[in-house]
Write a protein that binds this ligand. Sequence first.
Ligand code: UDP
Length: 237
Amino acid sequence: MLLPDTKRILLKLSGEVLMGEQEFGIDAEFVAGLAEEVKAAHDTGLEICLVIGGGNIFRGISGAAKGLDRTTADYMGMMATVMNALAMQNALENAGVETRVQSAIPMPAVCEPYIRRRAERHLEKGRIVIFAAGTGNPFFTTDTGAALRAAEMNCDALLKGTSVDGVYDKDPKKADDAVRFETISYSQVLSANLKVMDAAAVALCRENDIPIVVFSIREKGNVKRVLAGEGVQTIVR
Ligand code: UDP
């Protein structure tokens, strides 16, 4: 096992992951594949919290760049994360996993509002809880939402599934000699301004002693492989 005594994790997927090979939106077939990945990890007995971004649909910053009021744009971004959460819920339930979506912005006709104690109960019953709408506040990101929920739900680790297989000293897509860190400290990430998660998210994990595992979600079977300690990743701790 990568991190001994891990019973509960929070898996953060950026919205872009749901696009598959598309340029925008949700690739249902790809999401079905992701759901199988999450199910495989869940079948090992892990309790799983999920947070999904919204970048495949709408990002507040880009909306603001086009002239929208930033706060309004951020609310639109949070709505996008709810759409993604529903798509993932649908895929997980098709795969036979019971789930609940809890939104930081209450939308009772669509999903449950975020209630920590209720989320706790769902996890105890073996359900996967998908936390939607980030923190519920503009000017934040779903990375920070993920760190916040990981702390609130007492998760043993935050897994960040991205398109890169870890944290590098420079951008591996631009530099051939980029070197991947096996482990790196929170402080190093913050002081070198390495693009892992935004600073607020890293600081929250540092304060609450939650290791961040950065790995590639693009490789099939990687969630389970990484958790088993058989994958490629960087641990921030
Ligand atoms: N957002 C927000 N507050 C939050 C979480 C998200 O305002 O607590 C908005 C913000 O506009 C952001 C968008 O939702 O751009 C989508 O989230 P994010 O960019 O984190 O998604 P990801 O990059 O993970 O796909």
